[in-house]
Design a protein around this ligand. Sequence first.
Ligand code: SF4
Length: 333
Amino acid sequence: MTKTKLSDLLLEWYRLHGRDLPWRVKGGAHPDPYVILVSEFMLQQTTVKTVIPYFTRFMARFPNIQTLAKAGEEEVYAYWQGLGYYTRARSLHQTAQMIMKDFGGIFPQKKEDVLKLKGIGEYTVASFLSLAYNQPEPVIDGNVIRIICRMYGWVEPVDKIMPEIRKKALELQSLEHPADYASAIMDLGAMVCTPKKPQCLLCPWQNFCVSKGREDIEKIPNKTKIGKKEKFGFVYVIQNKKQEIFIRKRTEKGLLSGLYELPWCDEGKLFVGKKVVETGKSVTHIFTHIKLNLQICLIEDEHPNFDGFFVSADKLSDYPFSTLMKKVLTKIQ
Ligand code: SF4
């Protein structure tokens, strides 16, 4: 079976069974690269099902790159609230501003230019150029890795065989219909060659897949576990005499930048010599590289030694908080 035949089979299946999604057109590139840009940012580390309502709301408020570039950071965060990973919202906002300022409002189409934008790595650049401009860039994510490893029976740890997977992804790709092919292989991974219980009998590649019917198919691909570093710290609910709660805005750089939070630390203690009450409650949150455990502490203080301000409990929802801080606020309510 030639690779052309394989991609033709997949494209035929996609035309019949591919998902209709709000950011998708079938039969070529999407006419509006902004739609692809927003959806690609939202889909990073988030499922299609979760993204759909956020995407619809976001596009209704920021229907084009100009509107988004002009919007204030806090409003963009407010429309992102609940999707998590706020650095993506910030990068998308900055990318919109860069496109307006550095590219005269015209979306870049060269890989090296797209890579200059904020928050865009190899995966996003490939899917953006495929879906927005029909360029044959190999899109390699967990779905594609799973399908290729199963098709060819590759059981070695993925980390070790990434160059081979990349080469195969490039070989399989349709040069005639890159946008549809990128969407098709994503749908195959999401709908048929799923991590658990793949539906091999519905698969357009079943006659060419060496893993079809394998009892241990769910073990492919072989994912090398990357251990997360665990950190332990404290988060402080500082109250004044009016029972207001002290919040602060994170600085512009680093994790969760631009969002509001209660003061916290992941090592040592922020308050020495003050009466701190440990509540016995804690929150745990998993970031990309670390697992963070924070003990919740109460403290009374009229003038905390931080930049920030007090707000009444009923006004807390006016401020964008990270998922981690929302967990803390839920625990102390
Ligand atoms: S035949 Fe089964 S295992 Fe092979 S690619 Fe299709 S769904 Fe995946």
